[in-house]
Design a protein around this ligand. Structure first.
Ligand SMILES: O=C(O)CCC(=O)C(=O)O
Ligand SMILES: [Fe+2]
Length: 276
């Protein structure tokens, strides 16, 4: 397996490995080590079936079943993101996945199934590189803060509650997933590096700060992480697979391709409880 660095901050293009075949323990170790180093890995031409996709992800931990997104009928761990004129894309804002649970995902494996003729690129940013670039005074200011993450902010009724069944599912998901608190700055459990762990989609407030100050800090941090020098942008081909470290990255899916359709499959690997 070889890894080509795509930018100084983030991104590795992996070659020399067939993910449709079962992985050896050594290959799993090499992938995790490359992931921790590069934050997001890209593998070209990996035509996985949903079961192969699930089994591949299961090498790296227990899998999450999403409370709202639809899944493959007999493979509940594989989310289907099928966006088109009737289901417009809404992942065009910077976020980390599933921060509303106590032990948010360590990583996600996203497979491109059907793509528009152009557009639909995805970007990832390194929240470690962003944290490193803050000045010391700002690092001190945010060091011991705690933020709240709310599923209701990212999955509003206006988009996800369009039928009575959908509304009911949303109500159940919200009840099961009340707002969750995590440190604003978390330490990566493998590399020991620190990074910013608030995002525009899910984070509602910083509990130690007055509302105005909380908004100010959140607005600053959630726009700072999107600076181009922390970002890698991927132009998908069918059956490309991205594996991102969801602990200290955020991603943004460009929503520039309607009226064309775009279909992606995602497996979500559970992680540890964030710590300072
Ligand atoms: O469709 C994409 O490129 C990414 C969507 C997304 O945010 C996700 O799969 O978590
Ligand atoms: Fe996402």
């Amino acid at each position: 397996m070889q890894v080509e660095r795509l930018t100084p901050a983030i991104g590795g293009l992996v070659s020399g490995i067939d993910l449709c075949e079962p992985l050896t323990p050594l290959q799993c170790k090499e992938i995790i080590s490359a992931l921790v180093d590069h934050h997001v890995l890209f593998f070209k031409d990996q035509p996985l079936t949903p079961r192969q996709h699930r089994d591949l992800a299961a090498n790296f931990g227990a899998l999450h079943v999403h409370p709202i997104y639809p899944h493959i009928s007999d493979v509940e761990e594989i989310i289907i993101l099928d966006t088109n004129v009737d289901n417009p894309p809404d992942n065009d804002s910077w976020h980390t996945d599933v921060p509303f649970i106590e032990c948010p995902p360590m990583g996600c494996l996203l497979s491109a199934r059907e793509l528009p003729p152009s557009g639909g690129d995805t970007m990832w940013t390194s929240c470690i590189a962003a944290y490193d670039a803050l000045d010391d005074e700002y690092k001190l200011l945010i060091e011991n803060l705690t933020a709240e993450h709310d599923i209701a902010k990212a999955f509003p009724e206006s988009h996800y509650g369009k039928s009575s069944e959908a509304l009911e599912q949303l109500a159940v998901a919200r009840k099961k997933n009340p707002p969750m608190r995590h440190p604003v700055v978390r330490t990566h459990p493998v590399s020991g590096k620190r990074g910013i762990y608030v995002n525009a989609n899910f984070t509602t407030r910083i509990i130690e700060l007055a509302p105005d100050k909380s908004d100010e800090v959140l607005n600053f941090l959630t726009s700072f992480v999107a600076r181009p020098e922390f970002v890698v942008r991927w132009k998908w081909k069918q059956y490309d697979l991205a594996f991102w470290d969801n602990r200290l990255t955020q991603h943004f899916a460009n929503a520039d391709y309607l009226p064309h359709r775009r279909v992606m499959h995602r497996a979500t690997i559970l992680g540890d409880k964030p710590f300072r």
